[in-house]
Design a protein around this ligand. Structure first.
Ligand code: ATP
Ligand code: MG
Length: 307
């Protein structure tokens, strides 16, 4: 792999081992400048393990990883100076105020006191928390804390921000507010790598998605392309299907998933699926809706709850 400045991240055959477990198992991907790339996958898929290597928090076990064209193994200090990180857990200092949390963090990047204060105030304005600047962080709501963590990640004017489940546990208002901030950052050319369990978030924010499971990449592509290839255009869900419906499903070649009390059929535009089944066989017990990324996720990673 040549030194490559066209990519913000270039990972080739990346592996992370914990003892015998290959938490990240031969993963290759790139992130282009200005792109928002989403990592999806069930609990334990290897998302956090992957991104921790990218921000130099966890050494790679094998493979190659370049960020800004620099080798993570030797140039992690330089790389980290250009990255902003929101970890999966909030790790603000509970003894400090909102403003102090930002100022103290700014000092790690060698910003002068005045510069640190100006930048911190500017970021508090960006996340609409100016009025809370002198409050202890323990008095903030969950959504405010996540916004503050985002502000802290921006203190060094990063070219790449890495967000591990940025909106988990937030109410719809707080999520939408955070999305708007992220979209503004993206409009300013900042590259984003994020993980999320919210498929609507992934569809809205990400230009490209990688779906992982058991440390490996299952599929990769634009949200709309993934939906079209793996779940079609629309979905018919039939509750408590009777024998007639089951016979229909077996007799026709439509893509389907048969669950305990439900059959899901995946249709494409113009295939007449809904006319055939919806009108004739199960008028009251079926719905037609658009195919979503959640369908893709469940089709490719299964519906069972993991240990
Ligand atoms: N420090 C560690 N030591 C040992 N095993 C670890 C360590 N960190 C992660 N693992 C294991 O590696 C696998 C991947 O974990 P990881 O945290 O990367 O998953 P994830 O995709 O981020 O999941 P989630 O959606 O739950 O956050 C899991 O089996 C986990 O138990
Ligand atoms: Mg994780």
């Amino acid at each position: 792999m040549n030194n490559d400045n066209r990519h913000v991240i270039r990972a080739a055959n990346l592996v992370k081992k914990f003892g015998n477990l290959r938490a990240v198992d031969d993963v290759s991907f790139t992130l282009s400048p200005g792109e928002c790339l989403g990592l999806l996958g069930p609990n334990g898929a290897g998302k956090t393990s992957t991104i921790r290597m990218v921000y130099g928090f966890s050494p790679i076990s094998s493979g190659r990883l370049e960020v800004f064209g620099l080798d993570i193994k030797t140039r992690w200090r330089r790389i980290r100076a250009k990255i902003g990180v929101c970890q999966q857990d909030n790790n603000l200092d509970p003894d400090l105020t909102v403003l102090q949390n930002l100022e103290v963090f700014a000092r790690y990047f060698d910003l002068r006191r005045k510069e640190a204060r100006d930048r911190s105030l500017q970021l508090l304005k960006f996340i609409a928390l100016e009025s809370r600047k002198d409050d202890k962080v323990t008095s903030l709501s969950g959504g405010m804390v996540r916004r503050l963590v985002l502000a802290r990640a921006l203190i060094n004017n990063p070219e790449l921000i890495i967000l591990d489940e940025p909106t988990t546990g937030l109410d719809p208002q707080a999520r939408h507010q955070l999305w708007e901030r992220l979209e503004l950052l993206q409009a300013n050319g900042i590259s984003i790598l994020l993980t999320t369990h919210y498929m609507d978030e992934a569809s809205r924010l990400c230009d490209r998605l990688i779906l992982m499971d058991h440390g490996k990449i299952l599929v990769e592509g634009k949200p709309a392309e993934l939906i079209h290839s793996h779940a079609g255009d629309y979905v018919v869900e039939i509750e408590d299907p009777d024998d007639e419906v089951r016979e229909f499903v077996n007799g026709h070649g439509f893509l389907n998933d048969v669950l305990d009390r439900r059959i899901i059929l995946y249709g494409v535009e113009g295939d007449g699926l809904f006319d055939l089944i919806g009108e004739r066989l199960c008028k009251d017990r079926c719905i037609k809706r658009l195919a979503t990324l959640e369908d893709v996720f469940l089709r490719l990673t299964g519906r069972e709850l993991r240990e």
